[in-house]
Design a protein around this ligand. Sequence first.
Ligand SMILES: [Zn+2]
Length: 108
Amino acid sequence: MLDRIEVDKRSCALICPVLFDGRIEKIRMKRNNNIIYMCEECETVWERLEDIVNQIYGPAPISGYMKQNGIDTKLFRKEDWDKHVEHVGFLTLEEIEPLVKNISVDLI
Ligand SMILES: [Zn+2]
């Protein structure tokens, strides 16, 4: 379980707890409306909020996740991505707060 999380002070977005290299984006998969979470830099994917806290990582980068779900992104251009995914903002501390009660939070 995570013992500490970092939050971007300006956007209130959670910072990737794997490499601390970017913010965590929320991505809507258009075919089933599922929301997944992805680091904007290293593209680590988490399928559930609980997975972030419990340090259960999906495949990185996101192309691996897509492949696992039967979508080959090898020749994808921007418009092809848009057919499958929609960026719906960053994951904020408020959204994950119920899960991180005993975890220290650093605003950076
Ligand atoms: Zn990252």
